[in-house]
Write a protein that binds this ligand. Structure first.
Ligand code: ATP
Ligand code: MG
Length: 173
């Protein structure tokens, strides 16, 4: 890619993770190499199975301890996040990937799994030709300031909040 930008997908509405997955598939369709590093997630998300079909172009790695961080992150969650950060740093240093997705990266900062300085550092080290996508609720002001594109998805309605519909396989997970 000639010039890559930094995109942030945040807000409380549905579509942040799916937008990053959609962009990853589109990028792979153009022959781009994609790295998706998912913070705080571990397990059987349907996207992992689907993207196995594109394993020559899309790499997905999970850095969670099984389930979402509730309250204070455990040592295992912290250790996983360290690995995620290290991988992102390597990916952005080598410039091996055309598209790098820090999935739930905003939440990782929010929960202190990676520091704001580390996230800003990753944004800084992004090679010219790499697109960096950071997703997740509660994007930090500084992260949004540094990004080239910020989409804030608002829940005008959400069946989780309104009808108590939990995450469904193939639709939310
Ligand atoms: P998707 O993965 O469907 O694109 P997202 O990445 O925008 O959604 P997240 O903020 O990552 O959404 O939320 C993950 C999951 O948390 C949602 O799929 C939903 O099941 C659940 N959830 C809990 N509370 C809410 C809420 N108030 N609004 C929306 N989703 C919620
Ligand atoms: Mg998400």
């Amino acid at each position: 890619m000639e010039k890559g930008y930094i995109q942030v997908y945040t807000g409380n509405g549905k579509g942040k993770t799916t937008a990053s997955l959609g962009l990853s598939v589109r990028a792979a369709g153009a022959g781009f190499k994609v790295l998706i590093a998912q913070f705080m997630k571990q397990g059987d998300y349907s996207e992992i199975k689907a993207l196995e079909r594109f394993s020559d172009l899309i790499t997905v790695r999970q850095f969670g301890a099984g389930g979402w961080v509730k309250g204070k992150p455990s040592d295992k969650e912290k250790a996983q996040a360290r690995e995620g950060y290290a991988l992102l740093k390597e990916a952005l240093t080598t410039g091996e990937y055309d598209v790098v997705v820090a999935e739930e990266g905003n939440l990782a900062v929010k929960y202190g799994l990676i520091t704001l300085e580390e996230m800003l550092g990753l944004m800084e080290m992004k090679p010219e030709g790499t697109e960096l996508i950071i997703t997740g609720r509660y994007a930090h002001e500084e992260v949004m300031k540094k990004a080239d594109l910020v989409s804030e998805i608002q829940p005008v309605k959400h069946y989780f909040a309104d009808q108590g519909v939990k995450a469904r396989v193939g639709i939310e997970k």
